[in-house]
Design a protein. Sequence first.
Length: 319
Amino acid sequence: MKKRLMVLAMAGIMVTGLVSSANIVSADDKEASGLEGKRIGVCLVYKGDEWCAAVADEFEKQAKDLGVDVNIQDGNLDAETQTKQIENYIAQEYDLIAVDPANADGLVPVLQKATDAGIPIVFFDNNADYEDIVSYVTWDSYETGQIIGKYLHDKIKDEKDGKANVAVLTMSSPVSIQKRIEGVKDALEDLDINYVSEQDYEGNREKASNIITNIKEDIDYVVAGQDNGGFGAMSALQALGNDTTEVYSMGGYGAEAFDTLAADGTNYKGTVVVSPSELVSSTYQVISDYFDGKDVEPLVNIKLNLCTKDNVSEYQSEE
């Protein structure tokens, strides 16, 4: 029997910071802020992801406007790599270290070393099992899953009589992907859902494609933790000659996602968009407030919205 696959990667979310854009430090204000001349080390989780690469670009671009000396390193989804990077930041006596941790506990020893050396720490995107930080700037990964899960809930209820076979593309690292999948599942818990597969695609499109290709059961939907999973699944569907499956992803961003959504005749139908610009500007705001001696919220979330073909032009204008 021909597979019926609707790949789910996560219906779109645009992000608006909880920190008002009016409060973000601008180039005109940089001399009066706590950022001018500061040396900040940034540990990305994985620059191979388009969204993370956009985050890196934003850290660079905004640093120039703010007078910040920023050193950005790619963690390549590996705690040991990030540990070495943070050790180098400590040795070079950076003023602050901003980290997107690869996993929850692998960085704890080196983070403690940074604290002992008097270097403050800010988490962004993901967090770790370490509490001695200035703040954690992120979006709610569970809410991300809830948004796409509720969207899918209505679709399954209306179009599938409340029953569906679902394949899940997840990742064991980072933790945020697991939270997104949890949010989806909780939103679907009152429906008759058969999870035919739940496998780790390791953020790799080829692995995601192979997982979908090798599933023998009929599938109504595939839920992918982020866009590499979603696009990998879509490529498998195209190879199978399936032009009816809908693909959604969580945390999509950039020309590829937006142009694909805007095009006719593609499987990819929606994504939860997280704005790299908003995430980075909120992170710099937290850092500026800290160095200015202001009160800093321990958790700063940015808001989420759904992006589909109907509203994708709004997001394309933000690029």
